[in-house]
Design a protein around this ligand. Structure first.
Ligand SMILES: [Cu+2]
Length: 119
């Protein structure tokens, strides 16, 4: 009888813990994939480091092959559109948001080398 209660209460505790974790993650972080115009590892570094300073951004990983930036962010502090605009400010296209021309002009030559492929 006692063990039954023990098991039951530990199960309840576990369920509570689990829902707290799930709820916390739902509430705090979301992940978005944004297609960028990055072409090389320098682009990767620039986007990852530049975006790391953006408000609400938790983590940024850019895959150079697919040009997709996977960003984990806090939806109460930023929005997918703000994230795209922030990438554009670094000089790269982000989904349907066109890159900032002045920022793009400052990029190293290698990052502009195959500009034709950017689109
Ligand atoms: Cu580059």
């Amino acid at each position: 009888m006692k063990t039954k209660i023990k098991i039951l209460s530990s199960m309840m505790l576990f369920a509570m813990l689990l829902s707290a974790v799930a709820f916390g993650q739902d509430k705090k972080n979301e992940t978005i994939k944004i297609k960028t115009s990055a072409v090389c590892d320098m682009c990767k570094d620039r986007i990852e480091q530049g975006m790391a300073f953006e408000k609400g951004v938790k983590n940024v990983v850019l895959d150079v092959d697919t040009k997709i930036a996977t960003i984990t962010y806090n939806p109460s502090k930023t929005t997918p559109d703000d994230l795209r605009k922030a990438i554009a400010r670094l000089g790269y296209d982000a989904d349907n948001v066109a890159r900032d021309k002045a920022a793009y002009a400052k990029l190293p030559a290698c990052c502009k080398a195959d500009g034709a492929k950017h689109k």
